[in-house]
Design a protein around this ligand. Structure first.
Ligand code: ACO
Length: 428
């Protein structure tokens, strides 16, 4: 808390509220007593001015284009770290010592297998089901398979559930892919890295050994690191809201996956690549820029704009460099990358995008890389979900341990009918 306060003049009197200050970032007006004092609610659809919780995990300065995990800049983590280390950092608050990292990686690796009965669950889905639809179902179903880690009042069970979720997501995601192409499910291999194991589960077949391309493995590490957490975004807030009622962690993460699926959130990577393919050539870019600016056209440049970043998304910078490197190393010449780079340049110099502070976000280039690696577009958001599971469980654990945590229960501005009497159907 600071000595500073915020005062509010209303028709029923003047009220003063304390200002809370974090370690960095804007001060926050503590309005918890507001309704009790004034009998009024605050109105903030989309929570554009509302801090819903305290958190020590991730900090974003959207104006400066800064993203810190537990204080460490995202570009340093993407360059120097690996996904297991970042997962430990987000969950436990600091970079692990070698022994801690080894133990953590060992634990995650030993939880990658899923209950054998879960495979039959997949067979109930249509082969052409969207893998995100399958993920919503199977991750929710984990609570039925791992009931021994659903007591949220037990810190040990919470930790085991967190490890299980991080470890099993790649296995479940690869199974969703294998099911869609009619190939047998593979079992994880403990000697491989988190990403190497996922690549083999996805692209390997039982008939021959799978060779992991180190460039692809490194690119996947980066993509996972860049998507690991992003403070109180829509899906993370969904996980917290679901968890605030005391729901078990598997159900909460399934809720987060459902929210992530939307094209305004995690579904944007799939939508961005589809858009780039539809544009097809550099010549057609002006047509699409004009459509994006037309108020009467619902079209938006997918992978552009962000609720928080009013500057270049720092993740998009790393993603752009990774896209160029992966395509070069794999010797792929994809016109989609040319379209993306030219579109970015045109948009960055266009008055509409400058004025509205619309920059490429993390999803603008990720699809180009994932496409080059061989993932079908429907899998893009699933990969996002694998990585974001780390952030979701870290935020969920933080919320459960927070003594100020309450069930999330917003109020409303009611604009419907006032009280009226029931009329029997024949008299209407
Ligand atoms: N293309 C064209 N115009 C845009 C775009 C875009 N991608 N994004 C925003 N605008 C315009 C809006 O039309 C609006 O204009 P107006 O003020 O004249 O009405 C203005 O910019 C502000 O847009 P809002 O929708 O009010 O901003 P908000 O913060 O609510 O939305 C969002 C952010 C959803 C990300 C939006 O920019 C968007 O739809 N982008 C495309 C989808 C996308 O890439 N999503 C991924 C986000 S990152 C992630 O989830 C990992």
């Amino acid at each position: 808390m600071t000595d500073k306060t915020a005062s509010l003049k209303t028709t029923s009197g003047d009220f003063t509220y304390p200002l809370l200050n974090g370690s960095v970032g804007p001060d926050v007006v503590d309005i918890r007593k507001f309704y009790g004092d004034t009998g009024m609610f605050t109105y903030d659809p989309g929570f554009t001015s509302t801090a819903s919780c305290q958190s020590a995990i991730t900090y974003i300065d959207g104006d400066q284009g800064i993203l810190l995990h537990r204080g460490f800049p995202i570009d340093q983590l993407a360059e120097k770290s690996n996904f297991m280390e970042v997962a430990y950092l987000l969950l436990h608050g600091d970079l692990p010592k070698q022994k801690e990292l080894d133990e953590f990686s060992y634990t995650i690796t030993r939880h990658t297998m899923v209950h054998e009965q879960l495979a039959t669950f997949y067979r109930g889905f249509r082969r052409d089901a969207h893998p995100m639809a399958i993920m919503c179902g199977v991750v929710g179903a984990l609570s039925a398979f791992y009931h021994d880690s659903t007591d949220i009042t037990d810190p040990q069970q919470r930790l085991i559930a967190s490890h299980r979720l991080i470890a099993k997501m790649p296995t479940l995601a690869a199974m969703a892919f294998k099911y869609s192409v009619g190939q047998p499910f593979l079992y994880p291999q403990n000697g491989l890295s988190y990403t190497g194991n996922f690549l083999r589960l996805t692209f390997g077949v039982p008939a021959e050994p799978y060779e992991i391309n180190p460039i692809v493995e490194k690119a996947m590490e980066r993509i996972f690191i860049l998507h690991a957490d992003h403070e109180q975004n829509a899906s993370t807030s969904t996980v917290r809201l679901a968890g605030s009622s005391g729901a078990n962690p598997f159900a909460c993460i399934a809720a987060g996956i459902a929210c992530l699926w939307g094209p305004a959130h995690g579904g944007a990577n799939e939508a961005a690549l589809n858009m780039l393919r539809e544009i097809g050539t550099v010549k057609r870019i002006p047509e699409y820029i004009a459509r994006a600016k037309d108020k009467n056209d619902p079209f938006r440049l997918m992978g552009f704009g962000h609720r928080v970043y009013k500057n270049y998304d720092p993740r998009a910078k790393v993603m752009q460099a990774t896209a160029q490197a992966v395509l070069k190393e794999l010797n792929i010449s994809d016109p989609v990358l040319d379209v993306a780079q030219e579109l970015e340049q045109i948009a960055l110099h266009d008055e509409y995008f400058i004025e509205k502070k619309l920059y490429p976000n993390v999803d603008f280039y990720s699809g180009v890389i994932l496409n080059a690696i061989g993932f079908p577009t429907e899998m893009f958001t699933v990969l996002f979900a694998i990585a974001r599971t780390v952030g979701w469980v870290a935020q969920w654990n933080e919320m459960i341990s927070d003594p100020e945590q309450k069930i999330g229960r917003p109020r409303q501005l009611y604009v419907g009918a006032t009280q009226r009497d029931y009329v029997p159907v024949k008299e209407r």
